[in-house]
Design a protein around this ligand. Structure first.
Ligand code: 8YV
Length: 319
């Protein structure tokens, strides 16, 4: 039986590539560079399936140009804002993602950003590393204590819940906003807010965990940032589009927002150079899910979805 032809657009984990090569006729982008729209379209005529990352764009315009040979896009990501789902569906192309498996790794990065932003990690590291640490005082680099503070979580899906579990280890008081309230069993005592505005009013720390959609783009704009308590800290490990970066800069510059921790940006790769002078903005290059265990699990989950599809079954993560 001929094996389905699969294009893997980026250098995934060794274990993933090994399994993919064992089970599929593969084209793998070992160079790991980004593919242009034209390259994606051209490749769609040569393969039955693609495993892309969030770095490849499948807009409506791309979807319209994809070859009929392509049957499935098995994303190596939980977020699918790079895919126009209705447009792909209308072309008869199945789309899957990789939920669950990256929740803990992403929640770890949210904790790291929260702690690092609160306790001057960037400023402190810079001072010691530069050799300019020549003074100590009890009033020096005094931060905001995480333990016991109120954590507001926007989007209480899998990652939001994983963060809540970790934050409980820091005795944080968990508050959340979600389109639907969790069951009492899943809430573990967290306080539900029926509107995002109500959540913002109490969030000493705010962490974003909702998908980027037309409705959530610019969610944290100047008006909503102003609702946060003075001296609060904003963390974003979800998508850059959720935050109006210039409104955040203004809020940090005014001191209303004490610090921020960002793993994602409106422009990626690259980020926003306007953040660079601010050592109270702790930035990372979109590495929320970048652990060995999670990368393997994401790759295997994408392959599980492909295997099911080519066996004629419904993939577990069909969107
Ligand atoms: C991944 C992510 O690193 O899964 C997502 O939605 O944003 C990231 O955690 C990336 O998408 C891998 O393809």
């Amino acid at each position: 039986m001929t094996r389905p032809k699969l294009w893997i657009t980026r250098k995934l984990s060794d274990a993933t590539l090994e399994r993919a090569q064992r089970d599929y006729d593969t084209i793998i982008n070992f160079d790991d560079g980004l593919s242009s729209t034209d390259e994606i379209v051209a490749m769609s005529a040569k393969v039955d399936a693609i495993i892309p990352c969030h770095s490849e764009q499948f807009s409506a315009e791309v979807a319209a140009r994809l070859d009929t040979r392509l049957k499935i896009i098995a994303n190596h990501s939980v977020g699918v804002d790079h895919c126009d789902l209705p447009a792909l569906k209308s072309r008869g192309i199945a789309v899957t993602n990789t939920p669950d498996v990256l929740s803990d790794a992403t929640a770890e990065i949210a904790m790291l950003l929260m702690l690092g932003a609160a306790r001057h990690a960037v400023e402190g590291d810079h001072l010691v590393r530069s050799g300019n640490w020549d003074f100590w005082s009890p009033s020096f680099m005094v931060g905001k204590q995480v333990t016991g503070a109120r954590l507001g979580i926007v989007g209480m899906g899998r990652v939001g819940q994983a963060l809540a579990r970790k934050a409980r280890g820091f005795d944080m008081e968990i508050h959340y906003y979600n389109r639907t309230r969790l069951t009492l069993e899943k809430e573990y005592g967290a306080t539900y807010h029926g509107t995002i505005e109500s959540l913002l009013n109490v969030a000493d720390f705010l962490s974003l965990h909702c998908p980027a959609t037309p409705e959530t783009t610019g969610l944290m704009n100047a008006e909503r940032l102003a609702l946060l308590p003075s001296g609060s800290i904003l963390v974003n490990t979800a998508r850059g589009a959720l935050v109006d970066e210039y409104a955040l800069l203004a809020a940090v510059e005014s001191g209303h927002i004490a610090a921020a921790g960002l793993d994602c940006f409106v422009v990626e790769p690259g980020g926003n150079p306007a953040f660079s002078p601010h050592r109270n903005i702790f930035t990372l290059p979109h590495i929320g899910s970048a652990t060995v265990r999670t990368r393997n699990a994401m790759g295997f989950r994408a392959l599980d979805n492909l295997d099911a599809f080519f066996k004629g079954e419904k993939p577990k993560d069909l969107l």
